[in-house]
Design a binder for this molecule. Sequence first.
Ligand code: IVH
Length: 701
Amino acid sequence: MDYHSRARELHRLLTEYQRAYYIDGRPLVSDLEYDRLFDELSRIEAEHPETRTPDSPTQRVGSDLSSDFPEVEHTIPVLSLDKAYSDTEILSWISKTTKNTGENLSFVLEEKLDGFSIVLYYEKGLLARAVTRGNGFIGNDVTANVKTIYSVPLRLNEDIDIAVRGEVFLRKAEFERINATLSEPYANPRNLAAGTIRRNKSSETAQVPLSIYVYEGFWADGGENTDHIQILSRLRSLGLPVDPHLSYFCKTKEEARQRLEKASLEGRPGSFDDIPQAIVDYTSARRDLPYEIDGLVVKVNELSTREELGYTEHHPRWAIAYKFEAPQAQTQVLDIDVQVGRTGRITPMARIRETLLSGSTIRNITLHNQDYVDELELAVGDTVAISKRGDVIPAVENVIEKNEVGNTTWQMPKTCPVCGSQIIKRGAHHFCPNYDCAAQAKGRLAFFCAKGQMDMEGLGPRTIEILYDNGFVKSIGDLYRFDFNLMKGLKGFGGTEGKTIENIKTSILQSRKTPFRNVLVSLGIPEFGKKAVDLVCDAGFDSMSKLLEIADNKDEQCLSTIKGIGPITANLIIDGLNSPTTRKLIDELREAGLRMEDEKKDNSNLEQIFQGQSWCVTGTFENFNPRSKAMEEIKKRGGTEVSGVSRKTSCLLAGSGAGSKLDKAREFGVRIVTEQEFLKMIGTAEEPEEPKKEEEQLSLF
Ligand code: IVH
């Protein structure tokens, strides 16, 4: 077969396998076979680039090229939904709607997916653009990132022009897994999904297994659809993933059942009388869903009735969202200004009329970024509903009443309010690009001195501001150089306040003894917070020189094979360590006498037989349950842990049921160690260590 035909054949097969796996949830081939075919297609495409089409299955792995997200106009109206916060409101909306319209009415009840709203534009069946909701008229083109979502078809089953609305989301389990590795964890799966869609490099988006469900379709030629059920059914036949947990209500349950069956849609049929119970059932089933929903959506099914009902300025009158969580208070936005953080990131803050919420007084609420403001269509003077999410962070939920003075949606200033530099946009956020901006410098100093980092008593943000504004301390290095006596003349520090100066002096002196791990965190490298630092140090990369060597060699694998550190984090750590400003800071800290290596734990009684070796553990064991116990034994003897097998892995400890890792080890010629051999190595072959009582208890968790 010539390479053209082979590429076409592989394209077809891999597309089919991807769809079976990610949309239908039933794999057709083994991972190994899939990888083999994938590699073959990648090779042909690399050698003959003309065979690479935009819908090739290889195009999902993303690229390292940085992309910004150009603004594009929506060709469909991207409206939001009116909201209700109780089932009685929903039921009265349904009966009002029924009264106001003709006889033949039915309703669809869908899950309100708690994710990130997206519009997919297909042209002649090919995914042409994926655009964020933006302000409803103009959104950002995030196509390269959306292509990495396996359940988004790159080509539909028909060559049609269609716009599709859907929600990108992250399953709870994936969120837990990924979030646990981040130094600055996200508050919820929605935020992580939204952050991922806005990564500048699509290769980074590809590392997060996002999902999508679509819920509205707009055919360019009208599509001759008569109702929503039919639209959902057609979207599914086109190859798009539709949430199967829908309910459909007609006059009688039997009629609903028949219509669902005709549309070949899964879902629960019911009569109008069944609606209240359905709402109760969805609400209680919510906890057990593998993804998060923040409410339900009730939609009129018949398109002719939808037209009859029409639209308000912002919402269709034919649908309503039932939100599970009601906002708790109402207040007014007095002003919106911005804060410049240590990384230069500019965060809009709403200054609100003081409000009591769950026992605390709220005056300021973060608005995160411009997109967040655009989604809310928020302007100064608007009356808003606010609530506390997860009981900690207060958030603006929605605008209740627009201001009467004609203020339009708030816009980010063009220049940094602190240093006047032109603001730039990266992903969803705006940044002040000036490293020497006073706000950034103070932010870096405050972060360095704060608890969790160098923990310097007496050096809070206020003191730092004074030291900075007086020109004594402009950078972290200055902390270790400046003359404390200069402070004596300062208001609040001299005279009887001499004690404060002494405290500061002691804090700075003592920081030389602060553990190395804190020093690493205090560098402020993105994603290299306490958790990641612990993982990296525990894996044996426990000194500045070892880390800088990895950074010099850009040895991503070294870090990404550590359990809990993915390739995204690995690359960010390496980039961070390689940045000239971090290097300068490290030099200064070294010169100041700070710790540059981890303090050794006492495993001196054990022979370090695995020193310098990287071990992967897979399968189940008789003597090590959970299997992390085997890893503990390896680490105690100087070995390091890796989560996957690569050519560089020293050994694979394989228990029973070992799967693909065993295959990989064979392929790469990595030494495979059985449980019996391992017991011999660690010298407990005859009498394997009895688990202690406490350990038994621990393993229960
Ligand atoms: S329908 C014109 N259906 O909720 C109607 N929206 O303000 C368009 N959402 O921006 C929305 N699940 O991001 C619809 N099953 C669902 C949904 C859903 C989640 C989101 C969507 C929209 C917001 C409502």
